[in-house]
Design a protein around this ligand. Structure first.
Ligand code: URP
Ligand code: ZN
Ligand code: ZN
Ligand code: ZN
Length: 484
């Protein structure tokens, strides 16, 4: 059985051209004019692009005394509805849990996925056992990215000595460390002071995490990675302070990537000053939303290439869960949703406004992260031989985002009321048509785990450079006699 996507314009990160795309057995088997197939999907007037890859989700994650409410079933259903065909979720060991035990839990949860997925492994403590297990995680499980929290003091946070040790281990294994870059010590101090002063509402969350805590931690992580000789990926870059550190590092030859979120690009800090407690608390996430200057910085970073990928950090909590923090903002579960909305929101506010070209859009929603994660061109590409993870985007189709019509399990949407233009007509996940003429046709359990090899091109190049420039003892011609 073959499927042909007919009459569309193929958009890649490089260039765009008119062609049909032929799919069989989950793969792209032909691209060109006048292709024929058993099933025909009419893409006239549409763009045929690699399906979105969201490199940052937290599905059914134990966090802040509860679990995030979207699991692999509802989360990946939401992903497909919005044109995302692969998610990368964080396997998060609880205190004292080993990496392999945590992975077993994520294996169990993810069997329900509707689309393909991979994992990052979180390093939430440090020991010889963790050091040993990292090798198994990379070599046997094909998980080559390790997340480190520089915030959430007292729970997930790791200190600089642990960061350096883990980054060194990543370098040895050809893996890539990720950081949540906020100075957790300063956040803890600021939070305690704000609470003591009676500032206990959701706006206190924003005050407790100013851009400086992010800029400082980003710069520190970059320098530690450089000394450890490993590339670095900075998740949820929300502000100029962090972006500046990344931009400066890249200009100095350091291998650093930055990931802004669709939320930080399109929502601002005024949300925390809403008179309605629920409205503000529903938007509590770390880092918090910023002002327009920071938003402009993120957009400019995407256009200029100093920032690489747009994610969601989808970590959805219901209003009831958010209310755990009434009277104490530090107890509001941190996180917002966005999986279904990332592609339409970025298309509308990026391509629709002229801030991004459609090719840049493909780069930052799919191709760049596939390359960074070393699963390109199986993912992130419209090429013969690639997985047929495709979105056929109709640039004229519009909708108003509402919680009432979303796939996510939660009872609100932080983008409620936004008008978006540019929606999927068809979405294919390994050849299976999951969105047909705009209607979702989910298939629980269709998603497969994507193993990723270590030692991608950037790791290899950086290792060569670090070996070439490593300290060397000077071979001397004359050695003075000792004690003279
Ligand atoms: O507030 C956030 N971002 N929640 C999810 C966990 C994390 O820090 O990424
Ligand atoms: Zn984070
Ligand atoms: Zn509201
Ligand atoms: Zn996150």
């Amino acid at each position: 059985m073959t499927t042909v996507i007919k009459g569309g314009t193929v958009v890649t990160a490089d260039y765009s051209y008119v062609a049909d795309v032929l799919v069989e057995g989950g793969k792209i088997i032909g691209i060109g004019p006048d292709l024929k197939g058993d099933e025909v999907l009419d893409a006239s007037g549409c763009y045929v692009m690699p399906g979105g890859i969201d490199p940052h989700t937290h599905l059914e994650m134990p966090f802040m005394g509860t679990y995030s409410s979207d699991d692999f079933e509802s989360g990946t259903r939401a992903a497909l509805a919005g044109g995302t065909t692969m998610v990368v979720d964080f396997a998060l060991p609880s205190p004292d849990q080993g990496l392999l035990d945590a992975l077993q839990m994520w294996d169990n949860k993810s069997t329900r996925a509707h689309c393909d997925y991979s994992f990052h492994m979180a390093i939430t403590s440090w020991s010889e056992k963790i050091w040993n297990e990292m090798e198994t995680v990379v070599k046997e499980r094909g998980i080559t990215t390790f997340k480190h929290f520089m915030a959430y003091k007292g729970s997930l946070m790791v200190n600089d000595d642990e960061l350096y040790a883990s980054f060194r281990r990543c370098a040895e294994l050809g893996a890539i460390p990720l950081v949540h870059a906020e100075n957790g010590d300063v956040v803890a101090e600021l939070s305690a002071r704000l609470l003591a002063e009676g500032n206990n509402g959701p706006e206190g969350h924003a005050y407790s995490r100013p851009p400086q805590v992010e800029g400082e931690a980003t710069n520190r992580a970059i320098m530690i990675a450089d000394m450890a000789g490993v590339p670095l990926y900075v998740v949820h870059v929300s502000c100029e302070d962090s972006h500046e550190a990344i931009r400066r590092a890249r200009m100095m030859g350091k291998r650093v990537w930055g990931e802004p979120l669709i939320q930080h690009l399109t929502l601002d800090e005024s949300e925390y000053f809403d008179k309605d407690w629920d409205h503000a608390a529903r938007r509590v996430m770390s880092p918090p939303f910023r002002n327009k200057m920071h938003q402009d910085s993120l957009w400019n970073g995407l256009a200029s290439g100093s920032l690489s990928c747009v994610a969601t950090d989808h970590c959805a909590f219901t209003t009831d869960q958010k209310r755990y923090g009434v009277g104490d903002f530090t107890k509001i579960p941190n996180g917002t949703g966005g999986l279904e909305d990332r592609i339409p929101m970025l298309w509308t506010y990026g391509v629709g406004t002229g801030r991004l070209t459609k090719e840049e859009f493909v780069a930052v929603t799919s191709t760049n992260i596939a390359k960074i994660l070393n699963c390109y061109p199986r993912k992130g590409a419209v090429l013969v031989g690639a997985d047929a993870d495709l979105v056929v985007l109709d640039p004229e189709k519009t909708k108003t985002i509402t919680a009432a019509s979303q796939q996510s399990a939660i009872d609100y949407n932080v983008f409620e009321g936004k008008e978006v233009k540019g929606l999927p007509r068809f979405v294919l996940t390994r050849g299976r048509v999951a969105v047909m003429d705009g209607d979702l046709k989910p298939a629980e359990g269709h998603g497969q785990f994507v193993k990723r090899p270590a030692s991608g091109a950037v790791n290899t190049a950086l290792s060569s450079w670090k070996a070439l420039t490593a300290p060397r003892a000077v071979e001397r011609t004359g050695i003075p006699a000792s004690g003279v």
